[in-house]
Design a protein around this ligand. Sequence first.
Ligand code: AMP
Length: 360
Amino acid sequence: MSAPLSPGSTIGIIGGGQLGRMLAMAGARLGYRIVVLEPQADCPAAQVANRQIIAAYDDPAALDELARACDVVTYEFENVPVVAAQHLAKSVPVYPPARALEVSQDRLAEKTFLNGIGIQTAAFRPVENDQDLAAGLAAFGGSGILKTCRMGYDGKGQLVFRNMTTGGFDGTCASLGNVPLILESFVAFEREMSVIAARGTNGSISVYDPAENVHRDGILHTSTVPAAISEQTAAAARQAAHKILSALDYVGVIGIEFFVLADGSLLANEMAPRVHNSGHWTEAACVISQFEQHMRAVAGLPLGDANRHSDCLMQNLIGDDVDQVPALLSKPDVAVHLYGKAEARPGRKMGHFTRIAGRN
Ligand code: AMP
């Protein structure tokens, strides 16, 4: 294990959205300087960072410049090109490791990895053509979700099939762009939840309490702690987080999403090798937020206490929801966090608020 980064050192962040912004703010609090690599000028993260390199994420000259400017590099989104992370890693530590990107960028690789370390997922099959789709749906009793293996998020690139007993799938794969696809069996879950966990450079692991998540139109709407789950279900989620972090020799924060079945058992849905929207509640309800936890991990500092001192609801402010901010600001126990985005387009995450309750 290398020595912790001393204050005044520089941490690079690939990606300039709201997650990068919140990481930059947490890093600044620990005394670090922040450089953001992001093609969009004046992005949310650059507004609160020391410097922005305005270039594509895979621009070799920009990556070299980032490596020269930084003592360690991290990222705020999972579609950072693996080759970019590998290129950078030749000259500067990059956390989380490139292997975590490889696994989480492809739903087939992800589910195969999870099953391989004993974590259950929905049944799945690769789909390359309409015949594969028909055969897969027949095997799954006529219902399933067809997803693009790569670049899908917030429910984009997905088709739901319910009780399809006959054919009629001609052209489906073409409509999704003839890219590699995965068919998952349809999970009749009781609720959705996630855990945010972290692993330090010394291998220590810290896991936040599971949050219960509600999605609207495929986008996270609320995360609530505590989740309405049994202690056994919470323990199973923690155990899964430990397995994943250890298997990947991970450093940093990870978000892992699960389906909770009626009997309390879990199926992992997906994991994101970064801080996660369903962990924003940690900022209000824990002494150390997921953002500080991530910056501590990548800087080689000791991990912070993940205990929760309050119950909490986090709600995203999407598009026009941001108009609620003046009213929210007058409510007790509510904190508003805005991302510095100029224009409130439909579906765009503009900010979030947390409301703490029932201090523990
Ligand atoms: P994803 O992009 O995989 O996170 O999926 C977005 C949302 O679609 C999830 O949060 C679930 O609400 C739903 N979903 C995804 N996969 C399945 C599945 N296999 N069965 C039932 N619902 C699913």
